[in-house]
Design a protein around this ligand. Structure first.
Ligand SMILES: *Cc1c(COP(=O)(O)O)cnc(C)c1O
Length: 237
């Protein structure tokens, strides 16, 4: 059954979504870029399907989720909203890869060959190729997911020859920093990796970087997709 919306949800999420788009437009303007070149991915992890519906009512179509089972439940609840584009952005365990392959249009967190291989073989034949971003551990944190920058080439080569995967670009979640210069340095490093990859694969078009607290730095460094959760849906518990 489709969940019902309340007015309270609508107003808050609608206003926040509008501010998020305004923030992107301002950051793009400052960076002398066209804001149409930057996609807003609304990150709805931990939030109910009604929140997603509220954003949908405002025209939002791209949504990001991080937890497989939670996401699959919401995707099922919202299956009448057939033009939602679902992105998986969380860590992928091998035993969950089939659910990711069958339920999402994009996966932004591919960081090893084994997962790429599984996603390719598990993508249903009836669906278009799964759009893939390689996640890069740009600040080289020990505990973070993402491949080392010098592993990008090998992974890209593999993904590029997979019939059921479509290589689209790179994603990163740099270490948290309140210093804008540090943030920009990480983002510029990722931009450099992206440019290098694009010389080999000219069709790649997506550099996914920037979250609620670093949208400006990411856009200044060339991001084409910002992933915003908190600023649209509120803090997560
Ligand atoms: C949760 C999450 C986001 C959104 O973060 P906010 O700080 O809430 O905007 C973006 N990207 C990834 C990969 C996430 O897991």
């Amino acid at each position: 059954m489709t969940p019902q919306l309340t007015d309270k949800y609508m107003v808050t999420i609608a206003e926040r979504l509008t501010s998020a788009y305004a923030r992107i437009a301002e950051a793009a303007h400052k960076a002398q870029r066209n804001s149409n070149d930057i996609t807003l991915l609304a990150v709805s992890k931990t939030k109910p399907a009604t929140d997603i519906m509220a954003a949908y009512e405002q025209g939002q179509r791209q949504f990001g989720e991080s937890y497989v089972q939670e996401a699959v439940d919401k995707i099922a609840q919202l299956d009448t909203f057939s033009d939602i584009v679902w992105h998986f952005i969380g860590p992928i365990q091998s035993n969950k890869s089939a659910l990711v392959a069958a339920n999402f249009a994009w996966v932004q967190s591919v960081d090893r060959l084994k997962i790429a291989k599984r996603l390719n073989s598990q993508r249903p034949e009836t669906m278009p190729p799964l759009n893939v971003l390689i996640q890069v551990n740009i600040s080289e944190e020990e505990a973070k997911s993402g491949c080392h920058p010098n592993e990008i080439t090998e992974l890209a080569q593999y993904i590029d020859q997979c019939a059921h995967l479509q290589l689209r670009g790179l994603m990163a979640i740099p270490a948290k920093s309140d210093d804008a210069n540090t943030q920009i340095q990480y983002f510029e490093q990722l931009q450099t990796c992206f440019d290098k990859l694009q010389t080999q694969y000219p069709h790649i078009d997506t550099l996914s970087m920037g979250m609620s607290n670093d949208v400006e730095a990411a856009i200044a460094a060339g991001s084409t997709m910002v992933r915003i959760g908190t600023d649209i849906f509120g803090t997560r518990t």
